[in-house]
Ligand binder design. Structure first.
Ligand SMILES: NC(=O)C1=CN([C@@H]2O[C@H](COP(=O)(O)OP(=O)(O)OC[C@H]3O[C@@H](n4cnc5c(N)ncnc54)[C@H](OP(=O)(O)O)[C@@H]3O)[C@@H](O)[C@H]2O)C=CC1
Ligand SMILES: CC(=O)N[C@@H](CCC(=O)OP(=O)(O)O)C(=O)O
Length: 310
């Protein structure tokens, strides 16, 4: 049986990439809304209620509105890509590699909250170390990141690509989120199993897609006796058997002189690195992904596939 999928927000950045990923699939039927009608509430409500799975690629408020349009319908399953439900305990968090049980939780869930792009990297690095007891309570975690500008959706794409706009951005690389209250912080804290909110400093570069997320750590302040090799082993053990998230061998990362933010563009994979010198005082944990791949659209399709396999 073909499953009916409606992408609410299909003409936006995340929605378009989900559509591209599904273009050749015969096991799903895409219900579509004409671009000119994308904000037509009656049409959206009708399509939302006709789907087996609705994938919401909308701003937070519009996502909440779409979920409201499904009130009373106990058949349609939902994947939401916004921030609206990511720490709502009644929604399954859509990071299948979070722990051994998460893929099954997604498979059987009615409501799945797709992770944010930055949290995918940060949680992917932090959570295994919390579960292994390596990262102690109270540790002041910092997360520094750079994203391709598509992370800011249609608005930022226009600001970066059309220099004639009044609100054009001319910088090639800029810091933002300067008040340190980014909407991804609660999600990193909850699903990273942290007891303190991490200090998160994001930035954007003049490249469309790609992302580097860094979590630097002081070994002396981790569990007694923690080494670079021990941290690497904890990540390898956590992701054993996974094909989308991989941990780069220490010998391989030791040979690198740089990490290219665009290396995984147009893939749905995420690579994790442990940098540092054996016996040295610091490690830098690095996640590399495509903000629109494992950071958004790729993860949404991965979650849809899990739900269809229920
Ligand atoms: N871009 C990324 O890398 C990532 C994005 N996300 C999340 O995915 C969601 C979508 O983001 P993104 O694709 O980047 O955003 P875009 O702005 O590129 O696309 C959003 C789409 O939703 C439409 N839309 C906005 N409001 C409404 C409404 N009230 N009713 C119907 N349609 C509406 C927009 O139409 P219009 O053109 O008229 O504005 C647009 O087509 C957001 O919640 C974002 O936070 C998550 C992870 C990564
Ligand atoms: C470069 C840029 O602006 N990025 C977005 C996050 C993109 C993302 O992960 O989206 P959501 O969490 O909103 O779903 C931001 O910082 O708000």
């Amino acid at each position: 049986m073909t499953a009916k999928i409606f992408i609410d927000g299909e003409h936006g950045t995340t929605g378009l990439q989900i559509r591209t990923r599904m273009a050749d699939r015969r096991d799903v039927e895409l219900l579509s809304i004409p671009e000119a009608e994308r904000r037509n509430a009656a049409m959206r409500e009708d399509l939302l209620n006709s789907a087996d799975i609705a994938i919401l690629c909308l701003p937070d408020d519009a996502s909440r509105e779409a979920v409201g349009m499904l009130a009373g319908n106990n058949k349609v399953r939902v994947i939401d890509t916004s921030t609206a439900f990511r720490i709502d305990p009644s929604w399954a968090y859509g990071f299948a590699e979070l722990d051994k049980a998460q893929a099954d939780k997604i498979r059987s869930a009615r409501h799945v909250a797709n992770p944010g792009c930055y949290p995918t990297g940060a949680i992917g690095l932090i959570r295994p170390l919390r579960e292994a007891g390596i990262l102690p309570d109270g540790y002041p975690v910092t997360v520094n990141a750079v994203s391709g500008y598509t992370g800011g959706g249609k608005q930022m794409i226009g600001q970066m690509e059309d220099q004639s706009r009044d609100d054009a951005i001319s910088a090639n690389n800029f810091l933002y989120g300067l008040p340190l209250r980014h909407k991804h912080v609660p999600e990193m804290k909850v699903h990273g199993l942290l007891d303190r909110a991490p200090l998160f400093s994001p930035s954007v570069g003049r490249f469309a897609q790609g992302m580097i997320v860094q979590v630097p750590l002081f070994l002396d302040d981790l569990k007694d006796g923690t080494t670079t090799e021990g941290i690497h082993r904890a990540l390898v053990d956590h992701y054993a058997g996974q094909d989308i998230v991989s941990v780069v061998p220490l010998e391989e990362s030791a040979k690198l002189s740089r990490v290219d933010a665009e290396e995984l563009v147009d893939t749905d994979r995420m690579k994790l690195f442990v940098f540092g010198t054996s016996g040295g005082p610091h490690v830098n944990l690095v996640a590399l992904l495509d903000n629109l791949g494992k950071g958004a659209s790729g993860a949404a399709v991965q979650n849809m596939d899990l739900m269809l396999s229920a």
